[in-house]
Ligand binder design. Structure first.
Ligand code: ZN
Ligand code: ZN
Length: 452
């Protein structure tokens, strides 16, 4: 059998690739209105970055990273030798740690300077069990804002995330925005301990994993899908009762801005999101129907301590990421149809192979003038050439044959209107050459009018 793509990866074929491009452009278009600028970081980083940034106890780092070392080092390791930690790499499982690393490395946030607002798009990698909406290589679009603790930053990020979903075509009534506050370094440790104690008090009723979470990452027990654990966790202490005054004020301010902007949200005190680095505001957007358990299509939060974790100067931050594949699943579940893009604007058909050299040159002239154009390369009959053009929804077909050439003309058929005009070949050539010289895009209709 021919070699297949690795499990959990997807080829973006031309149609999907065009949708991904549209998705990115839509997102960047919305985010840039809020002052965000693009950034691209490497697809792999030192493993240490994710260990320190995301947290060793998270599933992402402990189980799901694709890690690698290079040739010579692999030999050393297999031979029982030692490999320096900066020679161990991992494919990025998410975008935040890399962007924060880049901001620190290039000093993008200076004391007293304006916040760095950055947006990115690209593939992320997690060695997960593959299922619908859960791939090993998946595409994300995200933003990070470094350098401000202002709750308005949290609110505007949430607002622009919701604006994006509406812009891409998801119906507002099908989305559910959950928000919560995770507290800060002052109030969270005590809350974390309280949850750990609660877990140990209920050891006998919880699954093994949740019991072990008591020692590593107690808040993750809120995400356990097992029925018993969910029942128990209903009575667990809630962060909302443990927030310090500053965190309460910050949370209230975020909600105030959202109310002001007319953004509907649900406060979910059990929303903890998987990663260790979140402080204060966290949020998640879910699709109400048709997505099963994989219904989260985006989310994020504030991470005021992350910069220090990866070795930078103390710098507050906030970010979110949204999954491309799940968004598309959600759109399709709502019956959304992407426009079938017309790739070719023109097709040049040959009545007879004898005129191919002239047809070939007409194709080049149309392309130089800015029109996506193609012709037959398989010796097809005229009828078959029209069939090909029709199948590709090409709006204009130019027909060239010995008779036309002798008369110095070319026939142009408008495939949508089903009518034909005879054009003067010399005039057409001139109009196309003229169009090739201008920077402004020329309308094909104008070229045709000038040539008739
Ligand atoms: Zn606090
Ligand atoms: Zn459990």
């Amino acid at each position: 059998m021919a070699i297949q793509a690795p499990k959990g990866t997807t080829d973006l074929l031309p149609r999907e690739s065009r949708i991904w491009d549209h998705f990115k452009r839509t997102a960047f278009g919305v985010f840039s209105r809020y002052g965000y600028e693009p950034i691209e970081t490497p697809i792999f980083e030192q493993t240490e970055l994710f260990v320190r940034g995301i947290g060793e106890a998270t599933d992402v780092v402990s189980k799901e990273m694709f890690s690698t070392i290079t040739g010579e080092n692999l030999k050393t390791l297999l031979g029982g030798g030692h490999v320096k930690s900066n020679s161990r790499f991992s494919l990025r499982p998410e975008g935040t740690a890399s962007v924060v690393r880049a901001v620190a490395q290039h000093n993008l946030v200076t004391p007293g300077g304006v916040p760095a607002k950055l947006m990115y798009a690209g593939p992320m990698f997690r060695a997960e069990n593959v299922q619908k909406g859960r791939q090993r290589q998946f595409n994300q679009v995200g933003i990070e804002c470094l350098g401000s603790v202002d709750p308005a930053i949290d609110a505007e990020a949430i607002i622009m995330l919701m604006r994006f979903y509406h812009k891409i075509g998801l119906k507002p009534e099908t989305l559910r925005l959950l928000i919560n506050s995770m507290g800060c370094e002052k109030c969270r440790p005590a809350y974390r301990d309280a949850v750990a104690h609660f877990l140990l008090d209920h050891e006998s009723e919880l699954c093994e994993e949740c019991v072990s979470r008591a020692h590593t990452n107690p808040l993750r027990a809120f995400d356990c899908k097992k029925e018993n654990c969910r029942e128990v966790m209903k009575n667990a202490p809630l962060i909302i009762d443990a927030l310090c005054e500053e965190c309460k004020d910050h949370y209230a301010a975020v909600k105030g801005y959202l109310d002001e902007a007319g953004i509907a949200y649900i406060e979910d005190p059990t929303l903890v999101r998987g990663l260790d680095y979140y402080t204060r505001t966290v949020f998640e957007v879910q699709v109400v129907e048709g997505m099963g358990a994989q219904n989260a299509i985006g989310g994020g939060g504030r991470y005021d301590k992350l910069m220090e974790e990866v070795g930078g100067n103390p710098t507050p931050g906030l970010g979110f990421a949204l999954g491309f594949e799940r968004c598309i699943l959600a759109l399709e579940a709502q019956g959304f149809q992407f426009d079938e893009a017309r790739v070719l604007e023109c097709y040049v058909a040959c009545v007879d192979p004898a005129v191919k050299p002239q047809a070939f040159m007409l194709v080049q002239r149309l392309r130089d003038a800015g029109f996506a154009t193609d012709m037959d390369h398989q010796g097809k009959s005229l009828k078959a050439q029209f069939k090909v053009a029709g199948k590709q929804h090409v709006p204009y077909v130019f027909v060239l044959g010995p008779d036309e050439l002798a008369a110095g003309s070319v026939t142009c058929r408008n495939m949508d209107a089903h009518d034909e005009v005879t054009l003067n070949l010399e005039k057409l050539t001139k109009a196309l050459e003229q169009a090739a010289l201008t920077d402004e895009p020329t309308a094909l209709g104008d070229v045709i009018t000038q040539s008739s």
